[in-house]
Each structure stands twice: as C-alpha cells, then as structure tokens.
Design a protein around this ligand. Structure first.
Ligand SMILES: C[S@@+](CC[C@H](N)C(=O)[O-])C[C@H]1O[C@@H](n2cnc3c(N)ncnc32)[C@H](O)[C@@H]1O
Length: 299
C-alpha cells in the first residue's frame, strides 16, 4: 500500500459527545476504555476527568496501543494488551475491584482497515489475515482454506447475514481445490463471481463475506458477550457503560443483554432507542453511518 494517507490513517472517533453524555466521566474516577484504539474517546474521557482519576485502556491490537500511548500523554493512563473478555483479569491484576464507567467502541479502527498488511480490506492484494491481535494463530486464510463447506456456509449465513452463503461457500471450496486462496482480492473476486448478476447492488458483493470472516477470526460475538457480562459485575453502583456497535448482530447482542440485565434488576437502560449519528457527522465521517450507541447504569 502506498501514500502517506494510507500509512497514517486518520481514525475519527464516532458519537463522542453522545457517548460522554452517557458515561459522564468525573474527576477522581476510574474508567475503562475497553477498545482504546487510537485513543480518540479515551482522550475526551481524560479531558472531562480534568487530569484526576485513572483511565485504563484495553485493546487486543498492539499497534493500536502504541498509537494510543503516543496520543494519551496527559493524566493517569494504564494501557493493557488483552481481549476485552478479559477485562476482569486486567482489573484484578491492577487490584481494582470496581470502576465508574466502561466504554466499548466495537469493530475495527481505520488503522486496521487501511494500514498495509492487516488483510481486512477486500480491495487489496494483501494476504488474507483479519486478525486484530497478530499474536493469535487463527487467520482468515486458514478459515477460508481449511473449514468445511458446511461450516463456511454457516459462518457466512450467521455472521454475514449473507443470502448467498451456500453459493459463496461452494465457490470458495471449488476454487481452493486448484490452489489455496491467498489474498483479499482473490476472495473478493470469488464472492463477486458467486453473486453473478445479483452482485449489481449498492454494496460490494464481498462485504458480508468479509464481515463474517472477521467475526469468526476474532471471535467477536463471544468476546462481546463475555465483555458485557464482566462489565456489569465490575461497575460500581451508579457506574455507567456505553457501547457503540456497527452492525445489527452486535447491536442485537447489546440490546438483549441490557434488557435481560434490566429485568434482573442489575442495570437501568439509559437509551430506549439506540443513539445514531446525525447527518452532519455522517457527512464528515462516512464510517460513522452504521454506528448505534446504547448506554446503561448499574443499579
Ligand atoms: C472502532 S476502534 C476504537 C477506536 C477508538 N474508540 C478511538 O477513538 O480511537 C475498535 C478497537 O477495538 C479493538 N477491539 C475490537 N475488539 C476487541 C476486543 N474483543 N478486545 C479488545 N480490543 C478489541 C480493535 O483492535 C480496535 O483498535
């Protein structure tokens, strides 16, 4: 990949004011940004804390943590490399029993999407990778070249909500018999071919396939369920959590989780409907268009 813009991707934090309205970071508190990324939301949390209190930033991407460390230079910041399903262990190691707020901004960052070599983007000749944490073993290449046709169909259907799941899985298996599928572009071509004439639509025919593989490689939905469950236990009374999701599978998990926790008397839901970005934010940052924010308070 070439060009300064692609080497230094700008990640614009999404729904910052709206998320802060839910979290209401205060001086002296302890807050967790469970997906610290490049530190956009975390920076705002620190600003609102007025330099007093602690911000714990978690990310499973070491490269993101390096950039967050460079960006978050004021205040008491602790950064940890972990999946947020391990938020309880992270806080336990720091001897912190409870926190006043926990924030999740799910999915991938611009760094991961645009930086060379991560293999998330279907318009590149990069190796099929898609790992947020490059220390983990499973890659998209392995999923695509070793999973059974049935399992691939199931992943595309469940995680991609892909109507043509069976066709695409069949095309993947047929193609990999010739030689292993190695790059993002090869997989994108296979998905487009399987779509055939139906592929002439608004989004690229490989979009859902890539979403599905990303979710499988990074176990995103399991991580989310575990991270939400731990968060409720770790919040102090009156503490708040806010979650931004970018596709309906994630949003559904958050919505149902909040609903169940509210029915059990653990949380009060603060957002009857998800908060969406306004037209101005979407115009300035098209990546924000699918964002949905939900918040809750610990009872
Ligand atoms: C949308 S970005 C966050 C951007 C951040 N809010 C900012 O303003 O810069 C999502 C980040 O969450 C991280 N991430 C996604 N799933 C994760 C998980 N299960 N555990 C830890 N980090 C995760 C990704 O590596 C990525 O850096």
């Amino acid at each position: 990949m070439t060009g300064l813009a692609t080497r230094n991707p700008v990640h614009r934090p999404v729904l910052v004011g709206e998320a802060m309205d839910i979290l209401r970071p205060e001086a002296g508190g302890v807050y967790v940004d469970a997906t610290v990324g490049l530190g956009g939301h975390a920076g705002e949390m620190l600003r609102l804390m007025g330099g007093r209190g602690t911000l714990i930033g978690i990310d499973r991407d070491e490269e993101a943590l390096r950039m967050a460390a460079a960006a978050l230079t004021s205040g008491n910041v602790v950064l940890r490399h972990a999946g947020f399903s391990r938020i309880g262990d992270v806080l336990g190691e720091l001897r912190i029993e409870s926190v006043q707020g926990i924030f999740f901004d799910l999915g991938v960052s611009m760094l991961q999407l645009k930086m060379a070599g991560r293999g998330f983007s279907f318009a590149t000749d990069e190796p099929l990778d898609m790992r947020m944490d490059i220390t983990q073993a499973l890659t998209a290449r392995e999923v695509v070249n070793t999973y059974s046709q049935e399992r691939l169909t199931q992943i595309l259907r469940e995680y991609g909500e892909e109507r043509h799941a069976a066709k695409i899985a069949r095309a993947i298996v047929t193609n990999r018999r010739q030689r292993p599928i190695g790059t993002c572009r090869e997989l994108a071509r296979i998905a487009a071919w399987a779509y055939g004439r139906a592929g002439r639509q608004r989004i690229h025919p490989a979009t859902r396939t890539f979403q599905a593989l990303r979710i499988e490689v990074n176990r995103e939905l399991d991580e989310l369920e575990a991270g939400l469950g731990s968060s409720v236990r770790l919040l102090s009374k009156g503490g708040r959590m806010a979650v931004i999701s970018y596709h309906s599978l994630e949003d559904r998990i958050v919505k149902h989780f909040f609903k169940k926790a509210a029915a059990e008397g653990q949380l009060q839901v603060l957002t009857k409907k998800p908060v969406r970005p306004g037209p101005e934010e979407v115009r300035e940052n098209p990546a924000a268009r699918s964002a949905r924010l939900r918040g809750a308070e610990k009872l």
